[in-house]
Design a protein around this ligand. Structure first.
Ligand SMILES: [Zn+2]
Length: 329
């Protein structure tokens, strides 16, 4: 084990210890994946063997539900932050049969089997070639968030050039590398097949994958429209769900995206759906390459929420207040 891996494990272990006090297990967790090839030495590229082990574990030990089912659970619990008409509209759009006065209370009575939502960002081809066949075999629903410019122009990779430059590509399986095109996207034909299946939700992840807070309002609207137009052209309908490129957002861009989508996913946030019922601020838990299967279980249970902060301290980043397990209302 390298020093770096050892330090990473220490940080994860410390986070598990720190969450031992007043720990409450979440009821619903939304997981965030990117790639499942392991070809690139990046935390967002998980070796397929690890991913497969994680999916088998989820299938055996949790209830994997679709994004729509999770939203329905969230919408069934009263949330004073949601305007009544917007909430009613969301309920109208979602499939029936899930509403109860307090669905999380019901879940607790039913032995609180953990519910998990699987999401994949950036539209890489390996979702279609590797992840989807496994998910189908295990009967696990999922959501893919697609940056449409990447689908149109495969050299417009969502991973920044700066990050890619740090990756040693010499040992990379060149089936995943094609000249400048280091990371291949899915094609519209593949996305159409996913959309036609009953187990995958195809959602938007912007057009250009630029961080929305860095854009003018008119450029955010244009980006949303470009993505929507391409969805309509190739898939026959506009997307209902969205996740922010690179997880970057602020109140101004949130105000805009709320007008276009039924739900918006964040990255991180340290929280779980039990505590955050706003469909426009769905917190997600990123699964990392260094998690393997052992740490993955802790990740899932909310025991690694301090990891990022602790790693920041080790790198001498500015000290930030500790993460609160409960989402700030
Ligand atoms: Zn992305």
């Amino acid at each position: 084990m390298s020093l770096k891996s050892w330090l990473r494990s220490c940080v994860k272990g410390l986070s598990v210890l720190m969450t031992s006090v007043n720990y409450t297990r979440p009821d619903v967790v939304v997981l965030n994946y990117h790639r499942v090839t392991g070809n690139l030495a990046l935390e967002l590229d998980i070796p397929f063997a690890d991913f497969s082990a994680q999916m088998h574990w989820l299938a055996a030990n949790t209830e994997v539900i679709s994004l729509e089912q999770a939203l329905h659970l969230a919408a069934g619990k009263s949330d004073p932050r949601q305007p009544k008409d917007a909430k009613a509209e969301l309920l109208d759009e979602l499939p029936g049969g899930w509403i109860s006065e307090d669905p999380f209370a019901n879940a607790r009575r039913e032995n609180r089997r953990l519910k998990v939502v699987l999401t994949f960002d950036d539209g890489y081809e390996d979702f279609y070639l590797l992840a989807w066949p496994l998910l189908k075999a295990l009967d696990l629903p999922s959501t893919v968030y697609i940056p449409t410019e990447f689908i149109q122009c495969p050299d417009q990779t969502p991973v920044s050039r700066g990050l890619l430059a740090k990756v040693n590509l010499s040992g990379v399986d060149h089936s995943a590398v094609n000249g400048d095109q280091v990371l291949r996207p899915m094609s519209w034909a593949m996305l159409k097949l996913l959309q036609q299946s009953t187990d995958v939700t195809v959602a938007a992840h912007s057009h250009t994958h630029k961080e929305y807070p860095s854009l003018l309002a008119k450029d955010v609207v244009r980006d949303i429209d470009q993505a929507g137009d391409l969805f309509e052209t190739y898939l026959g309908c506009r997307p209902k769900h969205f996740s922010y490129p690179r997880g970057a957002w602020n109140l101004s861009c949130e105000k805009l995206v709320r007008q276009y989508y039924a739900s918006v996913a964040l990255v991180g946030g340290g929280g779980f759906l039990t505590d955050c019922l706003d469909p426009f601020r769905l917190p997600r838990v990123p699964v990392l390459r260094s998690d393997g299967l052992a740490w993955f279980r802790y990740r899932l249970m909310g025991r690694l929420v301090y990891e990022e902060k602790l790693a920041g301290l080790l790198k001498r980043r500015p000290v930030v207040p500790p993460v609160n397990l409960q989402i700030t209302k």
